[in-house]
Write a protein that binds this ligand. Structure first.
Ligand SMILES: Cc1cc2nc3c(=O)[nH]c(=O)nc-3n(C[C@H](O)[C@H](O)[C@H](O)COP(=O)(O)OP(=O)(O)OC[C@H]3O[C@@H](n4cnc5c(N)ncnc54)[C@H](O)[C@@H]3O)c2cc1C
Length: 463
């Protein structure tokens, strides 16, 4: 193995004491020198196993090689043919459990910073105005339901292959969780808007404010002339703890909280007419990406103390490593091995505390993670005035209830073929969180991409 630097080139980051009070982006991105320096660490393996860790199969060493050579136009072209959302994935993908986990450099040293390089190339592409176009070569058109990463990637891939595509989105703006869930300080809306504009320039039509299954029945799409349908409706229905006091004022789901802030700009109230009330002491229950986003948003909205309450330990949390590290730096308190059993309130119906009990870890449960077991006599009350519940979501049942022939599993997720996305209904495909339950952006993107190819195969079978 040639001699290579052991450590990743660090990502420049804004100071915690400055960034924890505004919504500006935390990571600043590589400059050209840093990117080329990091790209030099790639071994250009003959059998690049990193690609196997990428659900959209980016030719990783090829684009990194172009960065090392300083040809950013070539790097951008390689990246975008495999992934229509590179600036987003470069920012929010959990690379440490995907491509970077497989990187051969990681065996002895630290893996190549593939995510940071992906972000760099996509940002350069945007800054330099490198354009991507697609030509319509097929007469058939496809309807996509939901403008989250699954739907957008499916649409982009179909447009790239020459099909007409219309995306129907229930909210007033496209992006799914990328817009209403992930905050500005991790994923600026301007980046999302640019990635969507690139897809539109490729011919993808996006129609907002249409809830398929309510304002427009799914079967009507076929009558309108669409030859196939892709369902990428996500898993936006929040789960609750089911404990006493959860209906008190001051308790909300992370989805509601983040939507008010991100999509409805609640933090600018009364300029925006959706207020978001945040207390001085905030508890966020859960330890995934959603919980981390909620707790860091609470800090930025002025909470004096923002605490993660989680019934397992930091080893079992599902948040990205970087989000956890950034949250620690910004002053978030972590109450591990602590499980809420009641939300306590005052006579006016407002939250005053969260009654919890301490846990210890037992044998693994069905998820493979250590099962939390209550410690008798460990009950205590954490004084808080806001409780945000971030313990998971499930698919909204609306579309399934109003559409004949769509089969779901016991969790309410659509049943779809893993390789093609085909559901139980002919010419209706599905992917992303609507099929898997809450997962990741890149898994949703991968499912959208696979389904796009299966749709193309169904519409124009190879001879
Ligand atoms: C706060 C938060 C932070 C996250 N952070 C990360 C992260 O850092 N990294 C990561 O990889 N993953 C993260 N995730 C998970 C990731 O965002 C999701 O796995 C991903 O967005 C799923 O994509 P999707 O396209 O399947 O669904 P979604 O993003 O949920 O998009 C579905 C879209 O469909 C629309 N829709 C729903 N029903 C209808 C209908 N009937 N008609 C029309 N439109 C409809 C919705 O309005 C929505 O726009 C996070 C999730 C949350 C909630």
């Amino acid at each position: 193995m040639p001699v290579k630097r052991a450590d990743k080139t660090p990502m420049p980051v804004r100071l915690p004491e400055e960034r924890a009070h505004d919504f500006g982006e935390v990571n600043e991105g590589y400059a050209l020198e840093r990117a080329m320096f990091e790209a030099e660490r790639c071994l250009r393996c003959q059998d690049p196993v990193c690609v196997e860790g990428c659900p959209v199969r980016i030719p990783i060493s090829d684009f990194i090689h172009e960065v090392a050579a300083g040809d950013l136009v070539a790097a951008a072209r390689i990246l975008r043919t495999a992934n229509p959302l590179p600036a987003i994935c470069g920012r929010v993908c959990p690379q440490e459990t995907q491509c970077e986990e497989r990187c051969v450099m990681g065996g002895r040293f630290r893996p190549v910073a593939i995510g940071h390089l992906e972000r760099f190339v996509a940002d350069q592409e945007r800054a330099r105005g490198i354009s991507t176009t697609a030509e319509r070569t097929h007469s058939e058109k496809v309807a996509v339901i939901g403008a989250g990463p699954a739907g957008l990637v499916c649409a982009g891939e179909l447009a790239r292959m020459g099909y007409g595509v219309t995306v129907y989105e229930g909210l007033h703006a496209p992006g799914g969780v990328l817009r209403y869930g992930i905050p500005e300080f991790r994923l600026p809306k301007a980046i999302l808007d640019h990635e969507i504009a690139v897809l539109q320039a490729m011919g993808v039509e996006i129609v907002c404010d249409v809830i398929v299954g309510r304002t427009l029945p799914l079967d009507r799409l076929f009558e309108m002339g669409y030859a196939a349908v892709f369902v990428g409706t996500g898993a936006g229905l929040p789960q609750f703890l089911g404990i006493p006091g959860e209906d008190l004022n001051g308790v909300m789901s992370a989805n509601e909280f983040l939507t008010r802030v991100n999509l409805m700009k609640g933090y600018t109230f009364p300029e925006a007419d959706t207020p978001v009330k945040i207390g001085k002491r905030v508890a966020v229950v859960g330890a995934g990406n959603t919980a981390m986003d909620a707790v860091r948003t609470a800090l930025r909205l002025g909470a004096e103390e923002a605490t993660i309450v989680y019934r397992r330990s930091d080893k079992e949390m599902t948040a990205r490593v970087e989000e956890h590290e950034h949250a620690i730096q910004e002053g978030v308190v972590f109450d591990w091995l602590t499980s809420p059993i009641e939300v306590v309130g005052d006579e006016t119906g407002w939250v005053t505390g969260l009654r919890c009990q301490k846990m210890r870890l037992g044998e693994p449960d069905a998820s493979g993670r250590a099962r939390p077991v209550p410690i008798p006599g460990s009950e205590h009350v954490i004084p808080v005035d806001t409780v945000i519940v971030a313990i998971g979501t499930s698919p909204n049942p609306l579309l399934v209830r109003t559409t004949k022939g769509l089969q779901t599993d016991r969790h309410g997720c659509l049943v779809a073929n893993e390789a093609t996305g085909l559901t139980s209904k002919p010419l209706v495909f599905a992917g992303g969180d609507a099929v898997t339950g809450t997962a990741t952006v890149i898994l949703a993107a991968g499912a959208g991409k696979r389904a796009a190819h299966a749709i193309a195969e169904a519409l124009s079978p190879a001879a």
